[in-house]
Design a protein around this ligand. Structure first.
Ligand SMILES: O=C(O)CCC(=O)C(=O)O
Ligand SMILES: [Fe+2]
Length: 354
């Protein structure tokens, strides 16, 4: 349950706008080697340049696994509030607060650090377990995990899910390397496969918008589920249970809604990939607006680099003049800096090389 007082509800109210539907490019990850794969790599690069966002088909993540993980997550969110809060140390449960700096949403969530072996909870007061402040995985908490708790089967499914999605994220980055002509050295994929890579799984639940009279009279029909932001990592791989709500900002700044797709995955370019490509790819601003009668459950894998990784444009992508548009920084420095601000802040602006 998400409990917001009247003042908080007013903060997250949104006007009843109906944005146009986004024209989202599809990339087939299963395209056969040769011309089909080359076309897929070109489509991927074009999508990253245009919107910083695309749909992935042919992803190879078993549909039964996805459906089971989603159903188990929905089952967990339906448990009594007290039970969910008891599971906070093992599942990184939190509600309504996104980040530690006052951002609120019509949302409850799980937040888990991802190691090559699976998912472990991120240190979990609601205020610290946030994007972009997600801390490194808490291995000790994982050790205390017991499958006999109400969330046991869910944890096992999320483990399996993260292994499959991390593999897919890696395949997406390999196709990207091909499209960018980076050769076969794994310049991007290695950043999310390293055993120290700072990857995170977030499972979001947006309950249906409350009906009047729960909402104050005259309240607008839309609520912020997850306020506008860019993801700080390299890429985010997202899926939902076929319920609408996700919106992306187009180049001119206008919002467009992403048509729900219960089978495909969506990929966001993150701030770090914008840096690695010297601004050629665009980290996509996005948000979730809650206006539906149905619950939205989304699962997002954030592929981030190891904390000490020095981030700067790849030399092959510096372009004419060879000038970096960004100051070099480590992933740790970027996260620390990002934690100080509000969700909607342009975190890269502090690192621009003016
Ligand atoms: O829940 C969603 O669909 C998107 C949420 C999101 O953007 C995030 O968790 O970073
Ligand atoms: Fe996001």
């Amino acid at each position: 349950m998400v409990v917001l007082d009247k003042g908080e509800l007013e903060q997250i109210a949104l006007p009843a706008a109906q944005p146009p539907v986004a024209d989202v490019r599809s990339v087939d990850l299963s395209a056969a080697a040769g011309p089909a794969r080359e076309a897929a790599a070109r489509a991927l690069v074009a999508a990253c340049e245009e919107h910083g966002f695309f749909r992935v088909t042919g992803h190879g993540v078993p549909v039964e696994l996805v459906r089971s993980a989603e159903a188990a997550a929905a089952g967990f969110f339906a448990l009594p509030q007290g039970v969910k809060e008891e599971e906070a140390p093992t599942l990184g449960y939190g509600s309504k607060q996104i980040g530690g700096n006052g951002d609120l949403g019509w949302i409850e969530y799980l937040l888990l650090g991802v190691t090559p072996a699976g998912a472990v909870p991120v240190a979990t007061s609601a205020s610290s377990s946030t994007l972009p402040c997600a801390a490194a995985a808490a291995a000790a908490a994982a050790a205390s995990w017991s499958t006999s708790t109400p969330a046991g089967p869910l944890r096992d499914l999320l483990d399996e899910y993260t292994v499959a999605v991390r593999r897919m994220a890696c395949a997406v980055l390999e196709l990207m390397e091909e499209g960018l002509g980076l050769g076969g050295g794994g310049a991007l994929a290695r950043l999310v496969t390293n055993e120290d890579s700072d990857c995170v799984l977030r499972v979001n639940h947006y309950p249906p918008r409350p009906a009047a009279p729960e909402l104050a009279a005259g309240a607008p029909p839309n609520l912020t589920g997850f306020g506008e932001h860019t993801d700080p990592q390299i890429i985010s791989v997202l899926r939902s249970n076929g319920t609408s709500g996700l919106e992306i900002a187009l180049r001119g700044g206008a919002w467009a809604s992403v048509p729900p797709d219960g089978d495909a995955f969506f990929v966001n370019v993150g701030d770090t990939l914008q840096v690695l490509t010297n601004g050629r790819f665009r980290s996509v601003r996005h948000r979730v607006v809650v206006n539906s009668e149905r619950s939205r459950v989304s699962m997002i894998f954030f592929g981030g680099p190891p904390p000490g990784e020095r981030l700067a444009p790849l030399p092959q992508l510096l372009g004419d003049g060879g000038r970096s548009r960004y100051l070099e920084f480590t992933w740790r420095e970027f996260k620390t800096s990002g934690c100080r601000g509000r969700l909607a802040e342009d975190r890269l602006s502090r690192f621009e090389n003016n």
